[in-house]
Ligand binder design. Structure first.
Ligand code: GDP
Length: 320
């Protein structure tokens, strides 16, 4: 299955809801006068309700509504306008990854790119690291994964299974070891073996937040000392099924961990997949990947254009 159809399938629960209700809104707009009259208050209310129920959040919803208020046009034109406005939310934060290659190291070998994967336990962090390793391999890279969630033996074991499935090297430490020391070992191994990127699974215990943030900061310092410009990416994994509450979690990580991109996991498990719009709008961070299932191949690079098309894709929704 192609990337686009996998995204559509992952979003299908959201799409079903949006398409069906949007059809009603479009009919209403046409019945109320179509091209010649601006949208009436009832139609705007219905649109607002739809966007909120899809989890776009209050401020992104307001932005879309203000773009369509006082506009004249058919139901189809309204759909295009809403899509265009949502697109522009993503365009405003960009979707490019930070520079991809590290600087040349001794002997001309490229130094590894370091990617920290952070987030609250249960959001899908370890699974994401496994899937990301697979994706990097498919793109011709030679990743190495680092098990730095040293407080959960189960997480290390789980990551070992993913590393094996993805066919990549794993650097792990004993339970209770210092995560920054494990990261140091992983970077040394990556340099020696010519591996890049180093994908780091970190701990996510919320109840000791101060310690957790301190630990992440220490890992950032070690990464920067070992590879200039590192960590190149700090990806925060958010669980799409948690909805708006995930945004509160996100803010806690953004400062201390220096998050510069989002992975939105479990998009397949929600009918409120509009949360992607709220994240881009409210956090001003690009969504880099979306998780659409539990298998190795179920992590997709995020594309705003494809996402918006999939959300409103009538053909797909009706045909399924
Ligand atoms: P961590 O505690 O943050 O490392 O979370 P895990 O990686 O252990 O994932 C928690 C649960 O979410 C597991 O049962 C995963 O299989 C599941 N999961 C992770 N990503 C996805 C996804 O994109 N879709 C679905 N449906 N489940 C996912």
């Amino acid at each position: 299955m192609g990337l686009l159809s996998r995204l559509r399938e992952g979003l299908s629960r959201t799409t079903h809801q949006i398409v069906r209700r949007f059809d009603e809104i479009a009919r209403r707009a046409d019945a109320a006068g179509g091209r010649d009259r601006p949208l009436d208050a009832d139609t705007l209310d219905a649109l607002e309700e739809l966007l909120i129920s899809a989890d776009l959040g209050v401020s992104a919803t307001e932005r879309v509504l203000s773009a369509v208020t006082n506009r004249r046009g058919s139901g189809t034109a309204l759909r295009d306008l809403v899509k265009q406005e949502i697109r522009s939310v993503f365009d405003a934060v960009g979707d490019a990854a930070p520079a991809s290659a590290g600087p040349a190291g001794a002997g001309g070998a490229p130094t590894p790119r370091i990617v920290l994967v952070v987030g609250v336990n249960g959001t899908g962090k370890t699974t994401t690291v496994g899937k990301l390793a697979h994706l990097c391999r498919e793109q011709g890279q030679r990743p190495l994964v680092c098990a730095a969630d040293t407080f959960r033996a189960a997480a290390v074991e789980q990551l070992a299974i993913w590393a094996e499935r993805a066919g990549v090297d794993l650097v792990r430490a004993r339970e209770g070891a210092d995560p920054a020391a494990v990261l140091y070992d992983a970077v040394a191994a990556a340099k020696a073996r010519g591996r890049s990127p180093v994908l780091v699974d970190t701990a996510g215990r919320l109840h000791t937040r101060v310690n957790l943030m301190g630990e992440l900061e220490k890992m950032r310092r070690v990464a920067a000392r070992e590879v200039s410009g590192a960590p190149h990416e700090v990806l925060l994994v958010l669980d799409a099924t948690v909805g708006q509450n995930g945004l509160v979690q996100a803010r806690e990580f953004m400062g201390a961990a220096g998050v510069n991109g989002i992975v939105l996991a479990k998009l397949d498990g929600t009918a409120r997949g509009g949360i992607a719009v709220a994240i881009a709008h409210d956090l001003k961070l690009p969504i880099r990947y979306v998780g659409v299932g539990e298998a190795l191949g179920d992590l997709l690079p995020f594309s705003a254009a494809e996402y918006v098309d999939a959300l409103f894709d009538q053909e797909w929704s009706r045909g399924n």
